[in-house]
Design a protein around this ligand. Structure first.
Ligand SMILES: [Zn+2]
Length: 337
């Protein structure tokens, strides 16, 4: 048996998948192991190796079956998996600064290791679902979570960029002044920009900008009774799904912002497909359909061919990072990159 492993490392949990050479995932759903990232890189690398052994045992496979490993972590990190000097999101321990995680995992496992940041790994999964191993397809993915991640895949290649910031789609500015029903809004992002995609289309955007904006216009809305905007923001998706008007308005603004961003991507890449993932769209098929239709409604007029570009919801959202990392490992084995 020839296998690759996909290992998605977060601050608290490591998520594993195994993919065989016939393209079958040997683990359904999540196989998790504690990351212990706060205890520093030495402990975390040990956890990564231990958890892989657990995942292999669960699938009835052994370490000698693994021909390569795909690894992904939150950024910022270099294109070769060296974490930023300031540390990375949720990797809070002095030892992480400038740590070569990819190299350390490769040394610990004795197997070639490919590296992607978590947004790019999810984007590669979204791309693979649509286009498999095709050498000529282009996709752009947006993953709506606490922030907004994603990536650009051309053929089998993830656009990583010279500094590892390729496909940081959340910090691309969108012309939000054209979104109807948002007069006077001033969407700020943690990165210092106003009006980038993440400042309008993320859980943080709901809490910081969209919910305060719409609640101020609806003094009797039940979300005023929540203890904080932080708590209230987490209820918006569920309430939107059930048809609450204010919460639908919040999601309509997010969809229209995404439509403006996708319009830019259509004009830059003329892509084969656009993918939306993340917690925002882990919802009923009806809600997903409504959201995608609103994304299209938010786009400026398209040429007929451009209007045909498929916009799809990324499947297996919670396993997307690990699955994309596994696809990356197969690309390393089969295509050398
Ligand atoms: Zn930003």
């Amino acid at each position: 048996m020839s296998l690759v492993a996909g290992i998605d490392v977060g601050g608290t949990a490591i998520n594993y998948t195994l993919l065989d050479d016939a393209g079958t995932f040997l683990i359904e759903g999540l196989c998790e192991h504690p990351a212990l990232a706060r205890e520093g890189p030495v402990v975390c690398v040990r956890q990564i190796a231990e958890g892989l052994a657990v995942a292999l045992a669960r699938a009835g496979a052994s370490a000698s079956d693994v021909v390569a490993v795909g690894l992904d972590t939150p950024g910022p990190a270099s294109a070769t998996g060296v974490l930023s000097a300031e540390g990375s999101t949720n990797f809070i321990h002095a030892g992480w600064a400038g740590f070569d995680l990819r190299g350390a995992v490769e040394a610990a496992l004795g197997t070639p290791v490919a590296y992607l940041n978590d947004g790019n790994a999810a984007a590669l999964w979204g791309h693979y679902v649509l286009f498999g191993d095709r050498a000529d397809a282009t996709s752009v993915s947006a993953v709506i979570g606490t922030g907004l991640g994603g990536g650009i895949v051309i053929g089998r290649h993830v656009v990583k960029g010279v500094n590892g910031f390729g496909g940081e789609v959340g910090h691309v500015l969108v012309p939000y002044g054209s979104i109807a029903g948002t007069e006077g809004i001033r969407p700020a992002c943690n990165c210092g920009r106003f009006g980038d995609l993440e400042s309008l289309c993320s859980l943080t955007a709901i809490e910081r900008t969209l919910l305060p904006y719409f609640l101020a216009r609806d003094p009797s809305h039940e979300l005023h009774r929540e203890a904080s905007l932080h708590v209230a923001a987490k209820r918006v998706r569920g309430m939107a799904e059930r048809g609450d008007k204010l919460c639908r308005d919040v999601f309509r603004v997010q969809a229209h912002a995404l439509g403006l961003f996708f319009d830019q991507m259509i004009n830059v890449f003329d892509p084969d497909g656009l993918v939306v993932g993340g917690g925002a769209v882990e919802a009923s098929p009806e809600f997903q359909e409504w959201f995608i239709a609103e994304v299209r409604r938010g786009m400026p007029p398209q040429r007929e061919e451009q209007a045909q570009v498929p916009i799809v919801v990324m499947p297996n959202g919670d396993a997307a990072g690990a699955r994309g990392a596994a696809v990356d490992a197969w690309n390393l084995v089969r295509h050398g990159a």
